[in-house]
Design a protein. Structure first.
Length: 212
């Protein structure tokens, strides 16, 4: 498989960023084709053939097309050489899948849409924040941080001594969340998780996170 993989999506997306982190951590050369699904005209012509649900990212490598971030990042880890981003044992891989599922199901919406978008993104566009929505999201966000810190324990990474796909899935969500004052305050109360954030933010791959 000699062709460069192609990632379709926008750099602002949490899930595109997770895939970019995986590609960077593996040292894979790739092309990024910008796709803005929030453009007034909607996804570009033909994109629904890549992702019938009209979301991002989508991915292609040597004729193999894929969508859904967790599937893309696992493919990247297994199809290319470089440091392993998944545990070798069944228990570790199950825990990784569990953490990614928690992030998708319980962390993404309250932390990103209900806190970051309302507190940071909307004011940038001179739109009012929905204070009730922020207040309602904070208890769920706090629970998610509690759970992640519990998985972290005293280890440097969520699954032990090396970063995994679980860490790369979490990083873009927490990056946006911490841009809100409420997010920074809650993260600071979770000292071990705050130290984890400092470690992942210091990695060269974290340059893909950029500014929200």
């Amino acid at each position: 498989m000699s062709a460069k993989p192609v990632l379709y999506g926008a750099r602002y997306s949490v899930y595109v960023r997770a895939a970019l982190l995986a590609l960077q951590e593996k040292g894979v050369a790739f092309d990024l084709v910008e796709v803005d699904i929030f453009a007034p005209e909607g996804p570009p012509p033909g994109y629904l053939e890549r992702h019938p649900f009209g979301r991002i990212p989508a991915f292609e490598h040597d004729g193999f097309a894929l969508y859904e971030t967790a599937a893309i990042t696992r493919y990247v880890d297994e199809a290319f050489s470089g440091p392993a981003l998944q545990p070798a044992d069944a228990c570790g891989r199950a825990r990784m899948t569990q953490i990614i599922g928690i992030l998708d199901s319980y962390a993404y919406r309250p932390m990103v849409w209900d806190v970051y978008v309302e507190r940071v993104s909307k004011p940038r566009e001179d739109r009012p924040s929905d204070e009730a929505r922020i207040a309602a999201a904070l208890p769920r966000a706090r629970l998610c941080l509690d759970v992640l810190e519990g998985f972290l324990g005293d280890r440097p990474w969520l699954l032990g001594g090396a970063p995994s796909l679980a860490d790369l899935h979490a990083a873009p969500i927490l990056d946006y969340f911490r841009m809100a004052p409420e997010g920074r305050e809650l993260l600071a109360r979770h000292g071990r998780l705050a130290a984890w954030w400092d470690r992942i933010a210091a990695r060269p791959s974290a340059a893909v996170l950029g500014r929200g």
